[in-house]
Design a protein around this ligand. Structure first.
Ligand SMILES: Nc1ncnc2c1ncn2[C@@H]1O[C@H](COP(=O)(O)OP(=O)(O)OP(=O)(O)O)[C@@H](O)[C@H]1O
Length: 249
C-alpha cells in the first residue's frame, strides 16, 4: 500500500478536556488509487488528512507513506482554502513550496509544461485576483502536484465552487489523475463528486468507525445522474445517516 493508517486514534483538547475524535482508524490507498472520505460535518475528516500527511501526530497507531512513517512533506497536501498568495503571480505561487524552491529551475520548466497541459499558460503572470474560483483551485492543485509526491491529500478542493464550475473541475481532475497516475485521498461533502471520482469511498461515522463502499462504475464516468450513480448516492446518504452509527463517545 502506498498510504496506510493502522489503528490510529486521536483526541483533541476542547474546553480544557481531551475529547476522542478518531478511534482505531484503519485506512489505506494502493498506488494510483482514488479514495474519498465522506461523513457528517465535524466527524474528523480534515483531522484525518492532517494526521495522514504528518501535520498532527496520532495518540496511537501508525501512519505510513510509501512504507515510511509519515512526516510533513512526505505527501502532497492541499488544504481547504486555496492559500494562493495574493501578491504573487501564478508562476510564483506554483513555485512556493520549500521542496520546489530547492530545484527552482527544473520546477519552473515543469510548471510551464503543466500550465500548458491544462490550458492556463496565458495566466502565468496573472495574480490570483485576476483568476476565477475554478482557475484558482486548478493552480492550487498544480502547486500540490509540483511537489512531485506520489500521494496527494486534498481537503474539499471544490467546496467553494458553483455547481457548473464544480462539474468542469470533476472532469478535469478525473482526466489529470488518470494521466498522472497519482494516489489521491480526497475529503468531500459532495456525494456525487465522491462517486464520480473515486475507486473507493470511506464513510467516517460520528462514532469514529469507518465503512467502505467500492465504486465499480466504468471510467470515464457519466457527469449526469445516471440510475447507477443515483443509486450509489442514495446508498451513501443512507450510510451517512444510519442509526446504528450514532456516537459511542
Ligand atoms: N483546533 C481545534 N481545537 C479543538 N477542536 C477542534 C479543532 N479543530 C477541529 N476541532 C474539532 O475536531 C472535530 C473534527 O474536526 P474536523 O475539522 O476534522 O471535522 P470535519 O469532518 O473535517 O468537519 P467539516 O466536514 O465540517 O469540515 C470537530 O468536532 C471539531 O470541533
Amino acid at each position: 500500500m502506498t498510504f496506510m493508517m493502522k489503528n490510529v486514534s486521536y483526541s483533541m483538547k476542547q474546553g480544557g478536556q481531551y475529547r476522542p475524535i478518531l478511534k482505531n482508524i484503519n485506512l489505506s490507498a494502493a498506488a494510483g488509487e482514488f479514495v474519498s472520505i465522506i461523513g457528517k460535518s465535524g466527524t474528523g475528516k480534515s483531522t484525518m488528512l492532517k494526521l495522514a500527511c504528518g501535520l498532527e501526530k496520532p495518540d496511537e497507531g501508525e501512519i505510513l507513506i510509501q512504507n515510511e512513517p509519515s512526516v510533513p512533506g512526505a505527501a502532497g497536501y492541499m488544504p481547504q482554502k486555496d492559500l494562493l498568495l495574493p501578491w504573487r503571480t501564478v508562476m510564483d505561487n506554483l513555485l512556493l513550496s520549500p521542496e520546489v524552491q530547492m530545484q527552482k529551475k527544473e520546477k519552473r520548466k515543469e510548471a510551464e509544461a503543466l500550465l500548458e497541459r491544462v490550458g492556463l499558460s496565458a495566466f502565468e503572470k496573472a495574480y490570483p485576483h485576476e483568476l476565477s474560483g475554478g482557475m484558482r483551485q486548478r493552480i492550487a492543485f498544480l502547486r500540490t502536484l509540483l511537489t512531485g509526491k506520489e500521494v496527494l491529500f486534498l481537503d474539499e478542493p471544490f467546496g467553494a465552487l458553483d455547481a457548473m464550475t464544480k462539474k468542469d473541475m470533476h472532469q478535469w481532475m478525473a482526466a489529470l489523475w488518470r494521466e498522472l497516475n497519482k494516489t489521491i485521498v480526497l475529503v468531500t461533502h459532495d456525494l456525487h463528486e465522491s462517486v464520480f471520482l473515486s475507486d473507493r469511498i470511506i464513510v467516517l461515522h460520528p462514532s469514529g468507525e469507518t465503512e467502505e463502499i467500492m465504486v465499480q462504475l466504468q471510467r470515464p464516468r457519466e457527469t449526469y445522474l445516471s440510475p447507477e450513480i443515483t443509486e450509489l448516492i442514495n446508498t451513501l446518504e443512507s450510510r451517512i445517516t444510519h442509526e446504528s452509527y450514532q456516537s459511542i463517545f
